[in-house]
Each structure stands twice: as structure tokens, then as C-alpha cells.
Design a protein around this ligand. Sequence first.
Ligand code: PEP
Ligand code: MG
Length: 538
Amino acid sequence: MQKLSGKSVYKGIVLGPVLVLKKKEQTIKRVGTADPEAEIKRLEKAVELTALQLQRLYEKAVGEVGEASAAIFEVHRMMLEDEDYRNAIYNMIRTETVNAEYAVAVTGDNFSEMFADMDDEYMKARAADVKDISNRLVCNLTGEEETNPTSTEPSVIVAEDLSPSETVQMDKEKILGFVTVCGSTNSHTAILARMMNIPALVGVPIDLDEIHTGMEAVVDGFRGEVILEPSDEIRARTEERIREEKEKTLLLQTLKGKETVTSDGRNVHLYANIGSAGDVGYVLENDAEGIGLFRSEFLYLGRDDFPTEEEQFAAYRQVVQTMAGKKVIIRTLDIGADKQADYFNLGEEENPAMGYRAIRICLKQPEIFKTQLRALLRAAAFGNLSVMYPMITSVEEVEQISSIVEEVQKELEEQQTPYKMPEQGIMIETPAAVMISDELARRVDFFSIGTNDLTQYTLAVDRQNGRLDDFYNPHHGAILKMIRMVVENAHKAGKWVGICGELGADTELTETFVNMGVDELSVVPSVILKLRKIIREM
Ligand code: PEP
Ligand code: MG
């Protein structure tokens, strides 16, 4: 038995088998071989297995996401069969007498760089595909294919770190918990874990070479502990605690269908935050009154090319239709910083959180923005959809957005494409937006305060940096004063204001927010009923 501590991201407790996820790049070594032909035989076997996996993935994807999205696996299969790619690998094994894994990894990198340097946008985007295919081949050569979490029983994922795009690709049904060596409690991976109600710990000093897939672990998000190979006594106690937690959750269920209103009649809207259309199940399950933040950028992650207008339209429409008249606030693309997709070619930046991201990309590359806006305006015709713009710092940005939205509206009119103009609001998540919130309030329909970034920018603390978790204090007087100021300015202009950052779910502050006059709290679905209980008892 081994007990390790870390920082808890979601308070829950689970017991189950471990699945160790190692970064493939870390394990590829150059090893000389005396028998290159035997390496080539190994490679051919791995190619066969890879082709079979891709075929299965294609079939699974057609059923789950449709033919257009599944086509990527067909593209991968074609790349696998590409003669130039295969010959380059054979050649390296023979001329340099090296192991197949190494030849595949180096060839993958070379081809990927070659694609990335091309002018043609389509070919550029193929860089990530070659990398993906090469990684898959290397896994099959090393026999690591079972590390794909989508092909195993529900497990506790243990990894060095997890990026949002890796997390978003996982099959949520198969994840019991997360344990990572790195990572901060404010990262988007942490937010995803909370979203999925998954007990998760970051900053756990675990040696991945000392543990193995299949060993048993307890992840205790209440105490911030992971216990490997628990004793019978700990296992029994954990099972008891899991039962108790289930009972508490069941008790909260009695609040479903009840109003979120204080005893003196003040009504607060309790909405949920989601990252994909698939999360709507959690929203309904927890009886949220709407969706206050749909992080649309997750549609752009974990893939090799931009989602088309039709793909986006289908996802947005599905969410508004499923919510059946309840409010759905979709935030436009907030890519950049920790949310990276290779095909955007954003390049390296010294300070990505303060870099080319979110609305800045949308205003500089309006063709990307317009595709999303068209999808949003079209989907708005199917339900109660609102649009919200992230990372606003100035009145000029709001004006530029308005003129792009007008252009899109005009185009849809001319093409006689059905659409509806949605309610439009902005996120208040920069100190600049707070300070000019009086001017901004006159120009938009609502505000939603993004306390995650507002804390990062106000306190000058990188939310991704785990070492700074102790300095990242959203309860800081400056943040609370800013929230009060934004609420007052919104109300003076007759506009409503909500909080969609993680602070909105902080039960220690619920009364404070309600007393400040916050009209809406948008939180991870699992917190909805807890907040309803507090507000009804106020
Ligand atoms: C925020 O910054 O508070 C927010 C809700 O947006 P995100 O966490 O996605 O940056
Ligand atoms: Mg933000």
C-alpha cells in the first residue's frame, strides 16, 4: 500500500483499476539492430493491426458522430498506405540499422514538418494526421495499444499531465478518476474533470515507472489523496464512503423541479457549464435551468481541421433542441493559451494566456468567426439561444463584433437561410472590461463574469502554473470588489449579470453573490442542486 497527496480538483471518492498513460514520445529510443529484415516484419504486422484499428474506429465513429466526422480515420488509413511514407521508414531501418519504433517516430516527425511548411492550408492541416498515425504505429510496435482509455474497463487514469484535447477525446464512461503529476487546479483539464463529476488530483508526486496498469487505487478528492494497492481495511472503508456519498446525492435529488428562490422571494437562475453537446445529459440529470456557458472551443479540439459550419450548426441545434426552450448561452471560440489545436498554427508565444487567443483570433481571422456565427444564428432559430463573446477588453472590440454579426446576418438574409438574431452578451474576465463595464453595459444584452481569467489577470497569477496555486486566490478583495462593480454597472443599464467562472460554484460565497444581486450562476452540473439548497435556505 502506498499513500500520496496532491491537490484536489473535484471532491469525490472512487476505487478502481489504474490505467497508466505515458507520453509515447518519452519511450521511443534509438536501438541498433543486427537484423533489419526482422524489424521490417515487425513493422508490417503493426501496420496490419493499425489498419484494422482504423477500420474499427471508422465504424464506431460513423455510428456516433456521422460519416463526415468519421472520414478522418479513412484519411489516416490512406496515409498509412502511402508509399513515400512507408518507403522512408523501410529505408531508415535498412540503412541506419535501427529499430522500427525509432524509424517510424523520426519519419513521422519529418513528414509532419514537411506538411506544416506547405502553403496549402489543407496540406498544412495534415501535419497532425501524420503525427497521429505514427504514434499509433509506434504504440502497436511496442504493444501499448491497450493504453487507449477508450478500449478498457472504467479506470483511474494516471498520467504525467493531460491536455484539454487529450481529455476531451476520452470516453467519459471509462474514466473513474484522474491523477496527474503536473497540472494546476485552475486548468481546463481540471474544469473538465469537475464537469464530468470525476474525482481528480493534480500535483501528485507519483513515479509512473513504479506503477503499472491494472493495480488498484483509491482516489480521495475530499482528502486530496491517492492510495495505491489499498489494504482490505481501507478498501472496505472506501466502499462505505462511496455508499454514503451516493446517499447524499440521492437526498439532493428531492430538490429537482423546485424553484431556486430565497425565502424572501429573490430568484436566481442556476445554469450549467458544458463543453460539448454530449454534456447535456449532465445538465438535465442535475436539473439545471439552462446552460450558462457552452465552451464551444471544445468542438475545435482533438481534431485535425476546423469544424465546418454544418458540423457546428448540428451541435448547437442539438443542444438548443434538447434544452427545449430553456436558455442556452454559447460562448464563441476561446481557443489559445492552454487550449491548442495544431491546425490553427498559432505558433509559440512567450505569454500565451496574454497572447493571440479567443476574440482576438476571431477579429483578426473573421472567416473563422463568420463560420461560427452563421452556425449560431441558424441554430438560434431552433430554440432559446444566446451568444457570448470571450476576453473582451474594449468598446471597439464590441463594435467590431457587431459589424461582423451584421455582415453575417445580411448574408443569411440574401441567401434566404432561416436564422434568428440571438441575445448577445460578453464575458467580463479582464480587469479592463470591469473598469469600463458601465460603457460596455450599454452595448450588450448581458454580462457573464469569468472569474477564472479575471483572477489570473487581476492577481498576475498564471492559472496554469501549479506552483502558484497558493497565490491564485479568487476570494481576494480585489476580485469581490470587481464583481460588485460589474453587477452595479450592469443593473444601472438594465442588463442582467451572471457568473460563469468556477467561483460561481463556491458555496462559501453563494450568499454573498445573491446579496450582491447576481442574477445568474452558471456552474458545473454536479453543483446545481447544492446551490439550490443553499439559496432556498437563505
Ligand atoms: C473564466 O475565465 O472564468 C471562464 C469561465 O472561461 P474559461 O475558464 O473557459 O477561460
Ligand atoms: Mg476565460
